[in-house]
Write a protein that binds this ligand. Sequence first.
Ligand code: GDD
Ligand code: MN
Length: 354
Amino acid sequence: MDLSLIVPTFNEGPNVRELLRRLAQTLDGTAYEVIFVDDSTDDTPDIIRAAAAESDAPVRLIHRTEAAGGLGGAVVAGVQAASADWCVVMDGDLQHPPEVIPQLLARAARGDVDVVVASRYISGGTSKGLAGAVRTAVSRLSTLLTKAMFPRKLHGCSDPMTGFFLLHRPAIDLDTLRPRGFKILLEILARRQLRLAEVPFDFAERHAGASKASFTQGVRFLAQLTMLRFGRMSAFAVVGGVGAVANLAIMWALIALGMEYVWAAIIASEVTIISNFLLLEYLVFADMRADSGLMRHRFLKSFTFNNLEAVIRIPVLWVIVEATHIPSVVAAALTLVAAFVVRFVFHALIVYAP
Ligand code: GDD
Ligand code: MN
């Protein structure tokens, strides 16, 4: 067996035959098996069994009654059961065109990677199958945030949320994976530094049926992200909190010495911007300094960004309060949280860029 195809399915009956047909067409000459890992509540397993009987390539069905770990758990179960060392993970709704698989294999054949990611977000790829502007925006923003949280492990990966990839099983440690929800590739890439390459693809429309993505999946994704990366971001938050307290203390002291409050606020902000940068250098991003150029360049970027942020946040606060009439303290808290996220993304991706 050269290749195992892992296809998680949840009520995908109408897509099974078309998927097998297109696989057979495009993988002619490759010794492959298809493993459906199914958590369906409808007749999908019967459809898979019937299609398997007619298929030239071996088709296996793992029907799970307890859908442990959801989509991610299904993928892990499939990889565990695979007969080949190289596994393609793909959706069963034909949003992942089988015709891309030979390109994934060709890239892996060069022998220098553990994972080949089919990406919507490198040139040549598209995400037009993502229904709606909101879902597209959410996908883009969560990709940025995820990359900021794992700048090194996801370096060179433009689409850590994709569900379409080729994996060399010996390179991963299945036991360390804690699959939760949809983002199984992220889980794999975040656990261990893997060598990866990308191939672009067109994220197509669904062949039939409806997406199982949901708000709950989104929340699960955030939980997964927090668990995977509790370290750096919480450290960043602590530094930010210490800075805020120091800022107020310095301001209070200067006013007590007789200084005009505006000047006191400006000096306090500048002092904390500089001391925060030093804390980030030596505590939060210490492991990334060696690979991200000169300290004074990082300082200039960080300093400019924090000053711009301070200048922009106040008018934004004013607009929010005037437009919505929510209490100004609540609005201020919202702008601070938003500023925190933006600041973290900026530092992890730009100031400390390798
Ligand atoms: N076994 C199993 N168990 N399969 C599931 C489950 C589950 O709980 N939930 C969904 N699936 C299967 C679906 O049947 C489909 O084959 C595949 O997983 C993807 O599910 P969709 O419902 O089609 O999700 P999507 O198209 O919105 O999301 C896809 O694209 C995202 C990128 O925007 C997935 O590939 C995501 O992983 C990916 O992040
Ligand atoms: Mn889909």
